[in-house]
Design a protein around this ligand. Structure first.
Ligand SMILES: Nc1nc2c(ncn2[C@@H]2O[C@H](COP(=O)(O)OP(=O)(O)OP(=O)(O)O)[C@@H](O)[C@H]2O)c(=O)[nH]1
Ligand SMILES: [Mg+2]
Length: 348
């Protein structure tokens, strides 16, 4: 029987934290809230509602709070934690299904998926989720329905094997990349999708840029390791090259900037490398083979995405002039595919 608790990273969430804590306590006996330097009385309300509250003096962001919660749960001997957002976007009634799925597959990471209720998700947010999952799934060696969802079950045995070096909203993506790329199974679980009048601290530009930079810098190193070894889809292990760079903030930033500047060279470079090395190294680039997604496909997707800078304003202009069209949705549907054969593979 696994020991499981709920962890909630919270920042200025007075409106919602009480219900999230109380709702979670119906399904688990221990809820830990990390109050991340809130300037309101989130901590008091969470404690009143029955949570144990961990105070972080200054606001360092969701990733830092999650890492602190992981450490605490590991120290206290838990086997797994379920992370729930503090803003009421996750329905605690889904918790028993996470627990049931965990008992069926104790080693798997289980990630909530909102992708079954597309119409409930704001369109801009959905589009960024759709693009993110293409690249994150490539890095994680498996199709993940919703890579940006914070409602997850983390087996702590997997967490212990991963060094998380990023902050804010990047950490959850970093976890999926490294966990999947070290061989962990990541399963998707359909959850309720709630977008009401919730307060969001997610900054659509800076946070998406930060996540994109990280993913763009993760993939080439991974593919390079795959290029020169046969049958090796899982390239991550704790304290590898990427972790060493990640530990040094300046080096990490320089590496990310370099990766972004060279992003358009990456698919042709690996296309050529694959052509040259495949006859000598059996089943190299194992992850892309497993996902049936070659570098030509990656090249088309990567090269066409910038067209959004033209299509999005055109759509906006047409919509404000009364012509209702969904050009961006259509474009992304064709240009950024879900993986053929990948969809449904590890879905519960
Ligand atoms: N600890 C901590 N948690 C945060 C911080 N910012 C946000 N959170 C928590 O992270 C969760 C998700 O944050 P949101 O800002 O709603 O981000 P999101 O749900 O990905 O984005 P939306 O879809 O726009 O709501 C919520 O539970 C927040 O309380 C922070 O600075 N520190
Ligand atoms: Mg939210």
């Amino acid at each position: 029987m696994s020991k499981i608790c709920v962890v909630i990273p919270a920042y200025n969430a007075t409106q919602t934290i009480r219900d999230v804590v109380k709702g979670s306590l119906q399904y688990v006996s221990d809820v830990i809230v990390a109050d991340d330097g809130s300037t309101d009385n989130t901590a008091d309300i969470a404690a009143e509602a029955g949570a144990r509250v961990m105070l972080i003096e200054k606001n360092f962001g969701k990733g830092n709070a999650l890492k602190a919660l992981f450490r605490k749960a590991i120290d206290e001997g838990y086997d797994a934690v379920i992370s729930v957002d503090a803003d009421g976007q996750h329905d605690p009634a889904d918790i028993p299904r996470f627990i049931e799925s965990h008992y069926n597959c104790p080693e798997s990471v289980i990630v909530g998926s909102r992708m079954h209720h597309i119409h409930k998700i704001p369109r801009g947010r959905y589009n960024s989720m759709h693009v993110a999952r293409f690249y994150v799934s490539l890095g994680a060696n498996q199709f993940i329905e919703d890579t940006q969802c914070g409602f997850r079950l983390y087996p702590l045995s997997t967490v212990k094997n991963i060094l998380l070096t990023t902050d804010r909203y990047v950490t959850e993506t970093e976890f999926l990349l490294k966990a999947g790329d070290s061989g962990a199974k990541i399963r998707s679980l359909e959850i309720e999708t709630i977008y009401s009048n919730n307060v969001s601290y997610f900054k659509p530009v800076t946070d998406i840029v930060a996540i994109s930079f990280y993913v763009i810098s993760y993939l080439p190193t991974k593919w390079f390791l795959e290029a020169i070894s046969s049958d090796r889809p899982n390239t991550y292990s704790r304290n590898n090259f990427r972790d060493l760079i990640g530990k040094n903030k300046i080096l990490d930033m320089a590496f990310e900037i370099f990766s972004v500047l060279t992003v358009f060279l990456v698919p042709p470079f690996f296309m050529i490398l694959r052509l040259l090395l495949s006859p000598f190294i059996k089943n190299n680039f194992a992850s892309t083979r497993k996902l049936h997604c070659g570098f030509f496909r990656i090249l088309i997707t990567t090269y066409l995405i910038p067209l959004l800078l033209i299509i999005a304003p055109v759509e906006k202009f047409l919509n404000t002039s009364g012509v209702k069209v969904k050009l961006v949705n259509r474009f992304l549907k064709y240009v950024v595919p879900s993986f053929p054969g990948g969809q449904g593979k590890y879905i519960l």
